[in-house]
Write a protein that binds this ligand. Structure first.
Ligand code: AMP
Ligand code: GLY
Length: 429
């Protein structure tokens, strides 16, 4: 089977490596892929947002199945266009992708169908938004409506911060069109859990839970990033929380999307907060998370292509989705300066890391001399599985220490909070 994978980051690398485990997969083409993916797939330099280019490629080079991994092409209707060519796909169509592409759509959906989430108000007019923040209870969370590379959320502890966030999004357009409309939300407290779930629009099969580490610095300091590391499973996702999530969030969301005439098929990502009033939705993503995928897929026991095909065919109910019992940790290695300004083109020395861990490439390229170089803010994900979380963390850090380039940095505390929570739970018992 020949498979097309749209995207070119660590998530796509993890998906491709997993797909390759199926002996029926004879060729994978990645658009555009990257220097690491090039070892596992044929990379063709067509951007993931160039939907016409992707469609032209698919017309000229027939494939048996396509996986559209990033949010932008999903929101732009890449799956709709590939379906029109008769290509079976994994991923939601543009209508269903609104669950991530428009925060207003997602919030209104949750309100209408009583899915627990933070209270909110929507604004199209900056004056009305500024008026609202004068008296709304603090802290407040200001969110751009559209896609903003994970940066469109500002948590405001003072009125001045809230005013600045409103002005930045709506007047100064720092998120472009995405911030013309904003959501202002109640601030929720509690541990965060990421749950990726396969759904064919009928049933939901959640994957092993995970914990992202979004801030750039140790102990959750510094700016928000796309994610600096992940662990799985997330100890806050107890069987009781999982049951409540299934009954109060996962199934109601699938039913709500069906009722709205936009059934969701693909990987639905639930960004959850376990508050004192129970689990609530912080955000939905219409795709696999990055770097959640780099810990979740290594633990998947079932064949990924079989599951993806069942999602597309609507037969997920009859298809087992099973995970290993152990744990995983992924440490992201980033370019100095990220998520602010950073330099590219630094030569990477992987040392002995590839023998010690799964190395997923996020932002790498080859220079004119054929050397592996940095090509993005997040560069490599170093991921290890083990019987226990402690061992997975230790192995990932041992492998990370092998890697070098000028300016490289990584968080030193991925999984630390999860280990503390495991200890706390042990002490209660
Ligand atoms: P999002 O892009 O919506 O996932 O938001 C990014 C991060 O901001 C989340 O992972 C949370 O840590 C935080 N966040 C978003 N919404 C809220 C909220 N209502 N209350 C507290 N924290 C939030
Ligand atoms: N790691 C968060 C995301 O993929 O959006």
């Amino acid at each position: 089977m020949k498979i097309l994978v749209i995207g070119g980051g660590g998530r796509e690398h993890a998906i491709i490596k997993k797909l390759k485990e199926n002996p029926e997969v004879t060729e994978i083409v990645a658009l555009p892929g990257n220097a690491g993916i090039a070892k596992d797939a044929t990379c063709v330099d067509i951007r993931a947002t160039d939907i016409d280019g992707i469609v032209e490629y698919a017309k000229a080079h027939p494939v048996d199945f396509a996986v559209v991994a990033p949010d932008d092409p999903l929101a732009l209707g890449c799956v709709d266009r590939l379906h029109a060519l008769g290509i079976p796909c994994f991923g939601p169509d543009a209508k269903a992708a609104r669950i991530e592409a428009s925060k207003v759509f997602a919030k209104d959906l949750m309100k209408k169908y009583n899915i627990p989430t933070a209270a909110y108000a929507v604004f199209d007019d900056p004056r009305a938004a500024l008026e609202y923040v004068k008296s709304a209870p603090l802290p407040l969370v200001v969110k751009a409506d559209g896609l903003a590379l994970g940066k469109g959320v500002v948590i405001c502890f003072s009125r001045q911060d809230a005013e600045s966030a409103v002005v930045a999004a709506m007047v100064e357009s720092v998120f472009g069109k995405s911030g013309r409309r904003i959501v202002i939300e109640e601030y929720l407290e509690g541990p965060e859990v990421s749950v990726l779930a396969f759904t064919d629009g009928h049933v939901v099969k959640p994957m092993v839970s995970s914990m992202d580490h979004k801030r750039a610095g140790d102990n959750d300091t510094g700016l928000n990033t796309g994610g600096m590391g992940t662990i799985a499973p997330n100890p806050c996702y107890t069987p009781e929380v999982a049951k409540r999530c299934m009954d109060e969030i996962f199934l109601p969301t699938i039913r709500a999307m069906n009722a709205e005439g936009c059934p969701f098929k693909g990987c639905l990502y639930f960004g959850l907060m376990v508050t004192k009033d129970g689990p609530k939705v912080i955000e939905y993503n219409c795709r696999f998370g990055d770097p959640e995928t780099q810990v979740v897929l290594p633990l998947l026991k079932s064949d990924l292509l079989t599951v993806m095909t069942a999602v597309e065919n609507g037969t997920l109910a009859d298809t087992p989705v099973e995970f290993e019992g152990g744990a995983a940790c992924c440490v992201m290695l980033a370019s100095g300066g990220y998520p602010g300004k950073y330099e590219k083109g630094k030569v990477i020395d992987l040392g002995n890391a590839p023998a010690m861990a799964r190395i997923y490439h996020s932002g790498t390229a080859r220079n004119d001399q054929g050397q592996l170089v940095t090509a993005g803010g997040r560069v490599l994900g170093v991921s290890c599985t083990a019987d226990t979380l402690r061992e997975a963390i230790e192995s990932a850090y041992k492998a990370a220490e092998e890697v070098r380039w000028e300016g490289m940095f990584y968080r030193k505390d991925i999984g630390k909070r999860a280990m503390e929570i495991i200890e706390e739970i042990r002490n209660w018992e």
